[in-house]
Write a new protein. Structure first.
Length: 305
């Protein structure tokens, strides 16, 4: 249903085994990219999902390890013969950075539409049945986290349709969400559909200190991808100073938010083997995965609902 790939899981500086931060989502043949650090294109080439169908690029903030891959990526998308507009989302002040990066790629065969994600109200953007929302984070500059939600269609309920005396020839149209009038009577989709069903939720944040609103924002996510800049709890002073997060802090958010799975990413370049510290997170939230470049997953709706 929703395919995703952690293109890069490095923070600050690239290292041989890790590209810089980036996440790619693929849904119904279209793609959303979150951040575009150095090495993003290389990782995408290895992955092989293509470039032309990237419709939205979401940026968390304007630090170099999250943005320097953008000019080259825009040119590669242009070379793929894309002509449809591309949407870029970023926090307050990001448009100035975007315009600066565009100096390297001033002429593109497609338009770029920019949406600012305010730190207070955030954004709520819908692309068909996929919704994008954001939240302001606690970093050294304006920074936002994102949540992606795919709504799930309600089941057709023939017993309900019969109880409401819906003409059988209208069932299909009502099931598709249409409102139908026949012989002076208006029929609504609610008259033939069952109860609402929970959709799919993916949440993503990096470069932040923990805060209460963040737990609420990612609550009940099927997958939470969160930064683990520092693995050892003894690095708490550094995490506070630089406005980053420990493994244990990300795991605490995952536990308190009752997410189903946690991926840690955005590792410090000094952290050669983050898997050596997984217990710092898994002792708090057992279903923790240490991210790696091109780690992939398919999120699907539960079969029994």
């Amino acid at each position: 249903m929703l395919d995703l790939c952690l293109l890069g899981c490095g923070g600050s500086l690239p290292v041989p085994q890790r590209s810089l931060t980036s996440l790619l989502l693929s849904y119904n043949g279209r793609k959303i990219l979150i951040d575009c650090g150095e090495g993003t294109q290389v990782s995408m080439k290895i992955l092989g999902w293509g470039f032309k169908t990237i419709d939205v690029i979401c940026f968390t903030h304007a630090h170099a390890d999250h943005v320097v891959g953008l000019p080259g990526l825009l040119l590669t998308i242009a070379n793929s013969e894309r002509e449809e507009p591309l949407t870029i989302i970023g926090p307050p002040g990001f448009l100035k950075i975007l315009n600066g990066l565009r100096v390297l790629c001033p002429q593109l065969p497609y338009d770029i539409n920019f949406i600012e994600a305010n730190l207070e109200g955030g954004i709520n953007l819908s692309i068909d049945d996929l919704s994008i929302s954001s939240i302001g984070l606690d970093h050294t500059i304006s920074c936002v986290g994102y949540s992606f939600y795919i709504a799930r269609a309600r089941k057709f309920d023939p017993d309900r349709a019969r109880a409401n005396k819906i003409p059988i020839e209208l069932w299909s149209r009502l099931q598709k969400g249409e409102r139908v009038e026949m012989d002076g009577t208006i029929y609504y989709p609610d008259m033939v559909l069952g109860e609402s069903r929970q959709g799919l939720k993916l949440s993503y944040f990096t470069d932040t200190r923990p805060f209460h609103g963040l737990t609420d924002f990612v609550k009940d996510s099927d997958l939470l991808i969160a930064e683990g800049m520092y693995a050892d709890d003894e690095e708490i002073d550094k995490a506070i100073k630089n406005k980053h997060m420990l493994f244990s802090e990300a795991a605490t958010i995952a536990r308190d938010a009752q997410v189903k799975e946690l991926w840690l990413t955005h590792f410090s370049p000094s952290l050669s083997n983050p898997e050596d510290y997984i217990k710092n997170a898994s002792d708090i939230f057992s279903n923790t995965i240490i991210g790696s470049d091109r780690l992939t997953k398919k999120l699907t709706f539960p079969q029994n609902t």
